[in-house]
Write a protein that binds this ligand. Structure first.
Ligand code: ADP
Length: 195
């Protein structure tokens, strides 16, 4: 059982992926989290991508495909939730090849749909809450980087909606309601895709 969560920054992919981990025992693969962990660990790759991420641009396909390949080949998990990957057509092709090679299937691609104004409010709100609570604020959670993140999404990631539609695996979900309600709908979609 392998599922891709697709959607713009702030759509709630990470939040909903975590719910699927809790309810379906799936393993979340978030390239954003992996890249932030690489940055925190001070590895050479982490340092190399930090500025690109802070600006809101995508890091190279080669780096993220490498990260995913490492996780997929070394795991016997029952199912993966890809969160924030693939983000380009090249990444989508690479994932397809990787799944074939490792004997996995892609069961569903679920697009979380959220209007732009709501995305901006959510991300700016998340940064303000973190700041107020004395927690670290993500380097890319500011108005300027967010503009670039959205632009990168529309230019490079949104073509994947057509790509997966053509493959017959795309489903879309209104992700503007309550977190619990969205989680329940999503859980149903994943269950259906598994049967
Ligand atoms: P969000 O979905 O809120 O933008 P993520 O945590 O998924 O946040 O990603 C943060 C940043 O990490 C991206 O803006 C990009 O720089 C980098 N990144 C994450 N995943 C990928 C990917 N698959 N390809 C290229 N860059 C990525």
């Amino acid at each position: 059982m392998n599922v891709i969560l697709l959607g713009p920054p702030g759509a709630g992919k990470g939040t909903q992926a975590q719910r699927l981990v809790d309810t379906h025992g799936m393993v979340q693969l978030s390239t954003g989290d992996m890249l932030r962990a690489a940055k925190s660990s001070g590895s050479e790759m982490g340092n190399r991508v930090a500025e690109v991420m802070a600006r809101g641009e995508l890091v190279t396909d080669e780096i993220v495909i490498g990260l995913i390949e490492e996780k997929l080949t070394g795991s016997d998990a029952a199912g993966f939730i890809f969160d924030g990957f693939p983000r380009t057509l090249a990444q989508a092709d690479a994932l397809g090849a990787l799944l074939d090679r490792t004997g996995h299937t892609l069961d569903a691609v679920i697009e979380l749909q959220v209007d732009d104004e709501i995305l901006v409010d959510r991300i700016v709100g998340r940064a303000e809450q973190a700041r107020a609570a004395g927690q670290p604020v993500r380097a890319d959670d500011n108005a300027e980087s967010l503009k670039l993140r959205l632009m990168e999404y529309y230019k490079k990631t949104s073509p994947l909606i057509g790509y997966f539609h053509a493959k017959g695996v795309l489903q879309s979900l209104d992700a503007m309601g309550e977190i619990d309600a969205i989680a329940a709908t999503l859980s149903g979609m994943v269950k259906d895709a598994a049967t």
